[in-house]
Write a new protein. Structure first.
Length: 135
């Protein structure tokens, strides 16, 4: 397995583990601590973390199948950055972190969109034989 695939799949798996833990924390320990708006943000952050962690697993599988094309690897790296910027900053903000963290999620959302676009371009460029060579 290519090291890029292995790394992205490990990050995705561990991020899924953390997302489940943070979801449970939100549902069981933070309902009486957070405002309804902060709790909704927390829930949204865990949902986005789950979706994009699965995206990292997908990208890792694609790298395993087609090779570590630059666009596939870039997509995984940018998606990882998006997880930190989007979900991470929402968690910190919800728990009372400095106000700057409330301004960071749009950067994470933009990272997600760029990552998915790069993935689409990478898949579009694969030749029709499925060999992984860029056409």
């Amino acid at each position: 397995m290519p090291s890029a695939a292995r790394t992205l799949m490990i990050i995705g798996s561990l991020s899924l583990l953390v997302a489940v833990q943070l979801s449970a924390l939100g549902a069981h320990a933070l309902t009486s601590v957070l405002t309804p708006q902060k709790l909704n943000s927390w829930i949204w952050a865990t949902q986005m973390q789950i979706a994009h962690s699965l995206g990292l697993l997908l990208i890792g599988l694609l790298i395993t199948r087609f090779g570590a094309a630059r666009l596939l690897v870039a997509s995984g790296v940018i998606m990882t950055l998006g997880l930190l910027l989007f979900s991470g900053s929402i968690y910190i903000d919800a728990l009372g972190g400095p106000g700057i963290f409330a301004r960071i999620p749009p950067l994470g959302g933009s990272s997600f969109m760029i990552a998915w676009l790069l993935l689409a371009i990478a898949l579009f460029r694969l030749d029709s034989t499925g060999s992984g060579r860029q056409s």
